[in-house]
Design a binder for this molecule. Structure first.
Ligand code: MOS
Length: 763
């Protein structure tokens, strides 16, 4: 066959339907717990009913009577696993609280026994029959509970390097003409992915296969191997589909090595599907945060002083901090900036990443405070952001690789009808409904990490792409397929994509919105290698190879890529010239500025993520502007959000259809983080109360009648060969502030603590 040019419909940038759409809607997509196992033992977890103290004894007599019981594993008879290091201190684990190690209890809902049965029902019945005698101590639940300890985050964990600071904040604030000082709070939230936390472990001799939903198969593989004390190459993690993760499946939880160890001991496969409520305590969550913001400005609206102090809850065992001042101190032009993040320890499970981890809470504070400043200045909030817009981040003065924030505001405002807004609070209404318009900035760092790919192209144009990326619902199969189709010049239908398996070439965690940029860059590079070989076979004397090389490296312009991709290539002739029917290439890609040990680390399941504010002489972020209309019933205080509009610029959009879907979901989640979601904690027991989907409020269709996503065209030639900025986490940043800003506009009441409940409104 002869292929003149790539199929236009498959090109990068086209709204191709999802590669996995049919598999998903017909139930053919296999999730980890769907994998059929040969005579598995079913595991059911018993979790602690106290948050602090110790187990005195178990009474297992009743549990042992249950028909079909195989075994009960507690700290008294469990294999002693090797310690797991926290991911943010160079390890793989989401927590260092290691269950089944001793009688000590460090958190509510800690795994204290694993019951194995011939059926799920037998295991569950026996688990419910396990009696535990505890000596309980008084736990510390959260902020304001007796017994918390607070210390600055810097110095407590390797990943948290600085509290950004520049100029002389104290003096500038003292001298500022207009000032805002305000405190904000965000609640505990749980990811609640639809797919539960499942793990199946199968041993074949000394080799282990783990079927588990994971955002990072190479990380999990290496982490489990380390805890079991075996060679990492003896472990394989498989999960072609992940049913939602949002950060909760990014690092290793203790359950995996525990189940693997039990499977080894029993000599048969073990399958665990933890229950919904257990998911609240055996995995991570977004911890509650507090903030104090101080803004100083001139009458002209120019910021002269900015201070952001944040406090975050973590466990006694681990210093996890999201630390969002790296973003909030760099967003607007301001000569005098100070920030400080502290970790407050309580008797809780260790928190972790949750979609847009630092930006959701930290930007809520900053973008609320910016609105408060606009009110004080009697200035339109968009105008305030325009006055303080910048092309350079203010801490080090590094330029943004691209920044289309105000274009997003302009396009979003137009679509939303911002011009109809009467700036005066409480000035707009419709019968019994007070109407408020609010807006906020969103931004998210552009991050990338090294990735490898293996690609095979056949004479008939069929291609096979192998890369251990992850389909967490974001469209990874689709964009990887598009990248290969475009670069190889074959129709998308001929490209088979294999991801979600640690036996494939390593790719980074599907987190930090880095996946598309990292995996597509690797795939494009390896496709170029294939094309180089084919061209060379056809035209041995041409200088094409050198020309092709230009398109491989970092920082290439879209035009040089296009020149290469457009080059027609006759596959049959090329394969005949090579004398083979299949060409296969493997390659390892790393972003500019990645450290020297990047590839070595990549194979060990360790990431060397670069981008965002961590670049040497530039800074890379995606931006957007979000608009919210609220309607509040003046008698019942019911809060409705009839409209959400977001305009986003994130470099080259690989697929507007999957991108739009990410941003839609983000906007809805962002609204939800203002009005719906919160995990309630019983402070007496440090225990989550609403640990189920009936009581944990999530939005339904009726809560979001209209959501509009505008993709603002943007070209960024400095970040990666395809000019891709991630956008998976961009949509739900700032939305919570935009909602509260709209509520202020509707009612004149400023809500600084999330979530907003109607009983908090005093109209
Ligand atoms: Mo995301 S919270 O970086 O998985």
């Amino acid at each position: 066959m002869s292929i003149a040019a790539p199929e236009p419909k498959a090109n990068m940038g086209q709204p191709v339907p999802r590669y996995d759409a049919v598999a998903k809607v017909t139930g053919r997509a296999e999730y980890a717990a769907d994998t059929p196992l040969n005579r598995p033992a079913y595991a059911y977890l018993v979790t602690s009913a106290i948050a602090k103290g110790r187990i005195d004894s178990f009474d297992l007599a009743a549990a042992r009577q249950v028909r079909g019981l195989i075994d009960i594993v507690t700290h008294e008879n469990a294999e002693k696993l090797k310690e797991a290091k926290l991911f943010s201190n160079g390890g793989y684990a989401s927590t260092t609280i290691q269950p089944l190690k001793s009688a000590e209890i460090a958190q509510d809902g800690q795994i204290i026994a694993v019951v194995l049965g011939e059926t799920f029902e037998a295991a569950r019945e026996a688990a419910h029959a396990v009696k535990v005698n505890y000596t309980a101590a008084n736990p510390t639940a959260s902020f304001d509970s007796p017994g918390t300890t607070s210390a600055r985050a810097k110095g407590q964990l390797a990943q948290f390097k600085e509290d950004p600071k520049v100029g002389d904040f104290a003096r500038a604030f003292e001298e500022a003409e207009v000032k805002v000082t305000a405190s904000y709070e965000t609640p505990t939230q749980h990811h609640n992915p639809m797919e539960l936390f499942a793990t199946s472990c199968v041993w074949n001799g000394d080799s282990l296969t783990v079927y588990e939903p994971s955002q990072y198969v190479h990380g999990l593989k290496n982490g489990v191997a380390e805890q079991l004390g075996i060679d990492a190459d003896k472990v394989r993690v498989i999960n072609p589909y992940v049913g939602g993760a949002f950060g909760s499946k990014g690092s290793m939880t203790p359950r995996t090595a525990i189940i693997a160890s039990i499977a080894r001991r029993l000599g048969r496969p073990v399958k665990l599907v933890a229950t919904r409520d257990q998911g609240f305590t055996i995995a991570t969550y977004r911890a509650e945060t507090r903030h104090e913001i101080k803004l100083g400005a001139g009458r002209d609206g120019k910021l002269t002083a900015l201070r952001h102090e944040g406090w975050e809850i973590s466990s006694r065992a681990d210093a996890y901090a999201v630390g969002g001042t790296k973003t909030t101190t760099r967003l607007y032009a301001c000569p005098n900036i100070e920030s400080l993040v502290s970790i407050v320890r309580a008797d809780r499970n260790t928190p972790g990443f949750m979609r847009s981890p630092p930006e959701v809470p930290y930007m809520f504070a900053l973008e609320s405070a910016m609105d408060e400043l606009a009110v004080q200045l009697n200035m339109d909030p968009i105008e305030l952001r325009r006055i303080n817009d910048t092309t350079k981040e203010p801490i080090k003065g590094n330029p943004y690789t691209s920044r289309s924030l105000m274009t997003c505001f302009d396009q979003g405002a137009k679509a939303f009808g911002w011009a109809q807004r009467n700036g005066k609070p409480k000035s707009m209404s419709d019968g019994d409904w007070l109407i408020g318009y609010g807006c906020a900035t969103t931004c998210y760092p552009t991050q990338m990490a090294p990735a490898a790919a293996r690609i095979r192209l056949q004479r008939d144009g069929r291609a096979r792409v192998e890369i251990a990326g992850h389909e967490i619902g974001s469209g990874a199969y689709t964009v990887i397929g598009q990248a290969a189709a475009e670069k190889l010049g074959v129709p998308l239908e001929k490209v088979a994509v294999f991801i979600g398996d640690s036996d494939l070439p390593p790719a980074p965690v599907a987190g930090g919105s880095n996946s598309t940029a990292s995996t597509c860059s690797a795939v494009m590079m390896v496709c170029d290698q294939i094309r180089q070989r084919l061209f060379k076979a056809l035209m041995p004397n041409e200088t094409l190879v050198d020309k092709a090389k230009e398109t491989v490296g970092v920082g290439q312009t879209p035009s040089s890529r296009a020149a290469k991709s457009d080059r027609p290539l006759d596959l049959e002739q090329a394969f005949d010239a090579l004398g083979v029917s299949v060409v296969e290439e493997y390659g390892e890609w790393k972003p500019e500025g990645a450290p020297i040990d990047s590839f070595h680390a990549m194979h060990n399941g360790q990431m060397r993520m670069v981008g965002g504010d961590q670049m040497k002489d530039k800074i890379a972020y995606a931006f957007g502007a979000e608009f919210v209309e609220v309607r509040i019933n003046r008698w019942t205080h019911e809060i409705r959000v009839p409209r959400l509009v977001g305009a986003f610029a994130a470099g080259h959009i690989m697929n507007p259809r999957t991108a739009r879907s990410q941003l839609l979901g983000g906007l809805i989640w962002g609204m939800s983080s203002a009005l719906h979601e919160a995990t309630e904690i019983d402070a007496r027991y440090a225990r989550y109360v609403n640990d189920n989907l009936a009581d944990y409020l999530v939005p339904v269709n009726a809560d979001v009648p209209s959501v509009e996503v505008i993709l603002v065209p943007e070209e960024d030639q400095q970040i990666n060969p395809a000019g891709i900025k991630g956008l998976g986490e961009l949509g739900n940043v700032g939305t919570n502030a935009a909602v509260c800003n709209a509520i202020f506009h509707a009612t004149g009441q400023r809500i600084r603590k999330l979530p907003v409940r109607l009983e908090n409104l005093e109209i």
